[in-house]
Design a protein. Structure first.
Length: 271
């Protein structure tokens, strides 16, 4: 039987990439630009937290939601209530309703003591009971005015240290943490389940630059994923807040083209 190459990962658009436009706008742009689907960032846009409304948008635009980002950011602490386990449960239920197979979650904040103490066990239990992959996302140390690190996550911002089966790699977060995304791909191996394609620099800000505009060798990351026959999703999650609609469309079209080009590039030939 002839050898058949493994299919390339789906390239998804995060609904956060169109902010301050709406969740509905993300569906429209994803279809117009030819993305393979969406990652739903459940956030402050009321539509994003209304799963029935999201399902209607998905059906109308014929764009599937393949991943759900739980509202575990600092700015979404009240979305779907204050209980972090309720947020994860609802994210998993939303994923099931929408046909998604991944839920993305951040590690606990240090002040969420009860949640943090049982986090890894709870994530494993939720995966076992729902069949949904829970990809815990890499974060970074917060830096105070004097440049020192502030402990914001418990037990650590470095998810490599957590006893979690599945991890999500965000290139901008790796840059802010002064890590190499290429090395993380290699070190995590089969634990790597999901990728947020973006870029950044090693400053204090989490920039979420367009891929190729920072120091994370985004092209090399994608080529490494291709060589490993990565079976997860690659999600364009970039900041376009200061752009016009036309500029945003151009940026997101370029990011999609970047992803597809370098996912097809063997390691050592990424351009």
């Amino acid at each position: 039987m002839p050898h058949r190459p493994a299919p390339s990962p789906r390239v998804l658009l995060s609904t956060s990439s169109v902010y301050p436009e709406s969740t509905a706008a993300a569906f429209s742009l994803a279809r117009e630009l030819g993305y393979d689907g969406l990652e739903l960032m459940v956030g402050t846009d009321p539509t994003s937290a209304d799963v029935d409304a999201v399902e209607r948008l998905s059906d109308y635009h014929e764009v599937r939601v393949h991943a759900v980002h739980a509202p575990t950011l600092l700015l979404t602490q009240r979305v779907w209530g204050p209980d972090p386990w309720e947020k994860l449960d609802r994210a998993a239920m939303a994923a099931h309703q929408l046909g998604a197979d991944v839920v993305v979650v951040h590690p606990p904040f240090r002040w969420q003591r009860g949640y943090a103490s049982g986090f890894t066990e709870g994530v494993r239990r939720l995966e076992a009971t729902t069949g949904i992959t829970i990809g815990v996302e890499n974060m970074y140390p917060w830096r105070g005015p004097g440049g020192g690190d502030v402990r914001a996550y418990s037990p650590s911002w470095d998810v490599s240290q957590l006893d979690c089966e599945h991890l999500t790699l965000d290139l901008s977060h790796a840059a802010t943490a002064r890590q190499s995304s290429v090395e993380l791909v290699r070190d995590w191996g089969e634990r790597l389940a999901h990728v947020h394609l973006t870029d950044g620099t090693n400053g204090a800000a989490d920039d979420h630059l367009l891929p190729g505009e920072g120091d994370q060798d985004a092209a090399g990351v994608l080529a490494e994923l291709a060589a490993l026959r990565f079976g997860g999703h690659v999600v364009v999650e970039v900041g376009t807040r200061g752009l016009t609609r036309a500029e945003r469309r151009t940026a997101l079209a370029g990011s999609l083209a970047f992803a597809r080009e370098h996912l097809a590039s063997p390691v050592g030939q990424a351009r």
